[in-house]
Design a binder for this molecule. Structure first.
Ligand SMILES: Cc1cc2nc3c(=O)[nH]c(=O)nc-3n(C[C@H](O)[C@H](O)[C@H](O)COP(=O)(O)OP(=O)(O)OC[C@H]3O[C@@H](n4cnc5c(N)ncnc54)[C@H](O)[C@@H]3O)c2cc1C
Length: 592
């Protein structure tokens, strides 16, 4: 497997890998990583679909990417996905996945046209004082000291960030800034999370810095991601005869390990209340989704809280990984990520507005008609003064294809599930859906005397607790995550958010899909390049533009500097006078 960029590799079609007709594949899990692996086995590996078996412990595919209507409970989507035009693997795959809505077009076409016609941006990134403008003013508001801390992190080597927390590298100058308000609510970072991940995110999304304050950097799917992203993959795979087995919990995978080779020899799983096993030869490829950000996620309802259940049981992603990890140090260290759910949980809630009683309060903030079918809030609106650090969003409506016209489905999330609310004096995790809705309505500025009735009669709110949703953000070091294909592996790979692939950032759909592609390309030795992570961090134009944007348009020379630093900068500027470098600095408004 090797990386490449540019059209030559992107448009080339690989020839059929040697001996692929003798091979079969067993894929554990059916999240985006697993489904992508299956698609790459079919499209580029040219493996017969009937030789590809997907074992999923749940009753439905999609993993973290959900979006269902539960009878008696209502609509639920645990998350909404902010996405990027430079999710290179994602678009490499979706350009060949047919849309399930429009005949003859791909999912990429559908998404591209939608976001061309209706680009995303927000009129109100944050509120405070019960629905008033949070006055972020499209700015990051970083002091010079704070900007220097961010710059220092940008250039720090990964190894120097192993096991470090964000609070080890940023002080209050950064943590009290508007930059940090945007960042932690948009990407769900907590102050105790990994400094390394923070750095990787900065580098990965450097081309988007200017578009963060108003979210013009983002793109969204038409519906929830189960319907817009998972269902087309399932259709494609079914058409190719890929075999799906649901309610099949993999308990363990057995290996034969010598000094030079590692071979998966057996899959043990439980299905229909029976222990079953699949014996494996080196021609049987195994793809393991280890860990999982929605493991142990629980759902409440309008009148019941979602349980905080942290027990890791056999047949779940964490327990399976723990068992596998015991075989070899190359298989990672799951306990680094799953042993402190107080640090890795947060909650979301799906709010369905049943009529238009609440709509005007939403409209006042987002400044758009939520029923228009187009962008509504244009990304999350963060409630700056919320004890739960609540953010909420309404994406394009309908969010569900079967959603009644008069209803609107939105999403609320809180980073601090253990804190008492500002209006509801309970922690978010102890609240029913109705109570979470009441807290949200309070922050929208709904008059207090109306709050309870509206939450009860005009909305249906379903809370979800995810104890491990940010497990991948726990401080870590190299080796805590297994490589996608560990050294010496002959027939197995790890997939998803807890498999190690260089430069990309976890908690993204792209990361999961990338691991699927890399796994297949390595194990089948496919002759085409995997698209490298978008290289904006190596592009001087992006670096200069982001330097301008992150400092809210200030010139280089406006930075607080020592006398010596000033002399040094002036000397550099003198030296580059009349060169292309000077032109670049001028173009990106860093000098006059
Ligand atoms: C609330 C939320 C918000 C998000 N927001 C964004 C966003 O804004 N932008 C973005 O790009 N990404 C976002 N993501 C991340 C993205 O959705 C996920 O990273 C991605 O979908 C994970 O896919 P995966 O295949 O790696 O893992 P998963 O989706 O977790 O899939 C793993 C699958 O394996 C199955 N499994 C686990 N153990 C076993 C076993 N022992 N036997 C059988 N099956 C098993 C599970 O049931 C599951 O179906 C968000 C995720 C969440 C939860």
């Amino acid at each position: 497997m090797y990386y490449g960029s540019g059209n030559y590799e992107a448009f080339a079609r690989p020839r059929k890998p040697k001996d692929v007709d003798k091979k079969s594949a067993y894929i554990i899990g059916s999240g985006l990583a697993a489904l992508s692996a299956a698609c790459y086995l079919v499209r580029d590996g040219q493996m017969k679909g009937e030789n590809i078996h997907i074992l999923e412990k749940g009753p439905l595919p999609g993993g973290a990417c959900d979006g269902y209507e539960y009878k008696q409970v209502g609509y639920v989507m645990r998350g909404g996905r902010e996405m990027d035009n430079h999710f290179e693997v994602m678009w490499d795959l979706y350009r060949d996945i047919p849309s399930i809505e429009t005949e003859g077009v791909s999912v990429l076409d559908e998404y591209y046209w939608l976001n061309k016609d209706d680009p995303n941006f927000s009129y109100m990134r944050a509120t405070e004082n019960r629905g008033q403008d949070g006055k972020t003013e499209g700015k990051f508001k970083l002091s010079d000291d704070a900007a220097k801390q961010i710059l220092k992190l940008f250039f720090t080597q990964d190894k120097d960030l192993f096991n470090k927390k964000i609070t080890d590298i940023f002080d209050e100058e950064v943590l009290n800034s508007t930059f940090w308000l945007y960042w932690r609510t948009m990407f769900a970072f907590e102050n105790w999370h990994s400094a390394l991940e923070m750095k990787l995110y900065l580098k990965r999304f450097i081309h988007h810095v200017e578009g963060l304050p108003d979210f013009k950097a983002l793109r969204f799917t038409k519906y929830n991601q189960y319907e817009s992203m998972i269902l087309p993959l399932i259709e494609y795979l079914k058409k190719h005869n890929v075999q799906f087995q649901y309610n099949a919990q993999v308990i363990d995978v057995k290996f034969n390990i010598t000094d030079t080779e590692k071979i998966a020899t057996k899959i043990l799983y439980q299905s229909e209340n029976e222990e079953k096993s699949i014996p494996l030869t080196p021609n049987d490829l195994v793809f393991i989704t280890n860990g999982g950000c929605v493991e142990n996620s629980t759902m409440g309802s309008q009148n019941t809280p979602a349980k905080f259940d942290t027990e890791l049981k056999a047949g779940g992603g964490w327990d399976m990984w723990r068992k596998i990890a015991k075989n070899h140090k190359d298989f990672g260290n799951p306990d680094n990520f799953c042993s402190d759910p107080e640090k890795t949980n947060w909650m979301s809630a799906t709010v369905t507005l049943l009529n238009d009683d609440i709509t005007p309060y939403v409209q006042k903030i987002c400044k758009r008609d939520p029923h228009s079918g187009g962008v509504v809030t244009g990304g999350i609106v963060t409630v700056k003064d919320s004890n739960w650090l609540l953010s909420w969003t309404f994406n394009r409506q309908p969010q569900f294809r079967n959603q009644p016209k008069e209803q609107l489905v939105g999403w609320v999330y809180g980073l601090f599930s253990d804190k008492k609310g500002n209006y509801i004096k309970k922690s978010m995790r102890d609240c029913t859906g109705k109570e979470i809705c009441m807290e949200w309505l309070y922050h929208l500025g709904v008059p207090e005397e109306k709050i309870e009735e509206l939450a009860e009669k005009s909305a249906n709110t379903v809370p979800v607790m995810m104890p491990y949703v940010t497990a991948f953000f726990m401080p870590r070091k190299l080796g805590d995550r297994p490589k996608v294909v560990p050294n010496g592996s002959k027939n197995f790979a790890f997939l998803g958010q807890f498999a190690e692939t260089p430069r990309d950032t976890i908690f993204t759909t792209e990361y999961s899909m990338r691991t699927g592609m890399e796994a297949v390309y390595t194990l089948l030795d496919i002759e085409r390049a995997v698209p490298e992570v978008w290289g904006s961090t190596y592009d001087i134009r992006d670096l200069l533009h982001s330097s301008y944007a992150i400092r809210d348009g200030k010139k280089i020379t406006d930075m607080k500097m020592s006398f010596i630093e000033k002399i040094a900068i002036n000397q550099v500027l003198k030296k580059i006078k009349g060169t292309d470098l000077e032109l670049l600095l001028k173009k990106y408004k860093l000098i006059d």
